[in-house]
Design a protein around this ligand. Structure first.
Ligand SMILES: NC(=O)c1ccc[n+]([C@@H]2O[C@H](COP(=O)([O-])OP(=O)(O)OC[C@H]3O[C@@H](n4cnc5c(N)ncnc54)[C@H](OP(=O)(O)O)[C@@H]3O)[C@@H](O)[C@H]2O)c1
Length: 286
C-alpha cells in the first residue's frame, strides 16, 4: 500500500514514518513540498503520487496564537482538509484525517463519544471543527481520528516543557482543573495504521492512551518518571503545586473535561490501549 503523509515534520508526521507497517511505502511531505492550504498544489501532488491512502498529519496547532491568527488557522485546519477531501474524492484515494478534543466544550460529565455534538470554545477548535465538517460533507467514507494531549520524546510539547522547567526551577504551578488524557504520538500512529487496515472503517474515531488525568497529574507523573529515567538531574525536589484555570488565564479557552470514549476505535482497530502512565514511563525510559 502506498501512503502519502502530510505534515511530515510534526509529532504525528514523524511517528507515522517510524511506525509504518512493513508492507507499506510512505511518501512524506512537509509544508515546503505540500501546503495543504494550497488547493492546486494538493491536487497536483496527489495526482502525481497516486497513493492508496492520504494521512493528514498537517495542522495549525498553536492554540493560543490562533486567537489572533484566525485566517491562518482556518486556512490550514479547515480549508486544508477540504482540499484533501476534494482531491481524494476526485482521484479515488482513501483519506484519514486527524482532529482534536478541542471541538468539544468540555461541559459533559462523562467521556465524549465520537457522535457527541461539537461546540468548540476557541479559534483552533472552531477551525478543526470546520475541517471535520468539510470531510463529512465531501468524503463521508473518510476516517477522522480525534486525539488529545499529544506528546513525543522530541519536539515542543508539555512533557519536554515540564522536563526543562523541572531542571531549572524549584517550584511549578500546574493546572489541576482541566481533565483529559495524555497520548503518545506513537500510539496515535499505530491506531491510524490499524484503522487503515480495516477496509470497513469510516467516520469519526477517538484515540488517546487509556486513563484520565489533569495537567497536574500529568506533571507529577513526568517528574516521577523523569527522575527515574535520569532526565532530571537536580537533587533538590521540585514542588509541583495544583493551580486553577482562573490562576493561569490564556488567550484560548480550553475544555475543562475532554476525556474521549475510545470503544469504537478498540472495536474497529483491534488495538489494546495502554494506560497513559505506563506509556509515559516507557517513552521516558528509552
Ligand atoms: N499536539 C496536540 O496536543 C494535539 C492535541 C489534539 C489533536 N491534535 C491534532 O493531531 C494532529 C497532529 O498534531 P501534532 O502534535 O503532530 O502537530 P505538530 O507537531 O504541530 O505538527 C503539525 C505539522 O503540520 C505542519 N503544517 C503546518 N501548516 C501546514 C500546511 N499549510 N501544510 C502542510 N503542513 C503544515 C507543521 O509544519 P511546520 O513545522 O512547518 O509548521 C508541522 O510539521 C493535528 O491534526 C492536531 O490538530 C494535536
Amino acid at each position: 500500500m502506498k501512503i502519502l503523509v502530510t505534515g511530515k515534520n510534526g509529532q504525528l508526521g514523524q511517528q507515522l514514518q517510524k511506525q509504518a507497517p512493513a508492507h507499506t511505502t510512505v511518501i512524506a511531505h512537509g509544508r515546503d513540498t505540500l501546503d495543504v492550504a494550497d488547493k492546486e498544489q494538493v491536487f497536483a501532488v496527489l495526482q502525481q503520487a497516486q497513493p492508496d491512502l492520504v494521512i493528514n498529519a498537517a495542522a495549525y496547532t498553536a492554540v493560543d496564537k490562533a486567537e489572533s491568527e484566525v485566517e491562518q488557522a482556518h486556512a490550514i485546519n479547515a480549508q486544508g482538509p477540504e482540499n484533501l477531501a476534494l482531491a481524494c474524492r476526485e482521484l479515488g484515494i482513501r483519506l484519514i484525517h486527524v482532529s482534536t478534543d478541542f471541538v468539544f466544550d468540555g461541559q459533559q460529565p462523562q467521556p465524549y463519544c465520537p457522535e457527541a455534538p461539537r461546540n468548540p470554545l476557541s479559534v483552533y477548535g472552531q477551525s478543526k471543527a470546520r475541517g471535520e465538517e468539510a470531510i463529512e460533507r465531501i468524503l463521508p467514507e473518510a476516517i477522522t481520528v480525534r486525539t488529545a494531549w499529544v506528546y513525543d520524546r522530541d519536539g515542543g510539547n508539555f512533557v519536554n516543557t515540564m522536563l526543562r522547567l523541572m531542571n531549572d526551577r524549584d517550584q511549578l504551578g500546574v493546572l489541576a482543573d482541566q481533565i483529559g488524557t495524555p497520548t503518545w504520538a506513537g500510539t496515535l500512529a499505530q491506531c491510524i495504521f490499524a484503522l487503515a487496515a480495516n477496509d470497513g472503517a469510516k467516520g469519526i474515531y477517538h484515540c488517546t492512551d487509556a486513563g484520565v488525568a489533569s495537567w497536574y497529574d500529568f506533571a507529577v507523573a513526568i517528574y516521577e518518571e523523569g527522575k527515574a529515567a535520569g532526565l532530571i538531574a537536580k537533587e533538590k525536589p521540585v514542588q509541583i503545586k495544583p493551580i486553577t484555570t482562573a490562576d493561569y488565564p490564556t488567550p484560548a479557552v480550553r475544555p475543562a473535561y475532554s476525556v474521549l470514549d475510545k470503544s469504537r476505535l478498540v472495536e474497529d482497530s483491534g488495538i489494546e490501549l495502554n494506560h497513559w502512565r505506563q506509556v509515559l514511563r516507557e517513552i521516558l525510559a528509552t
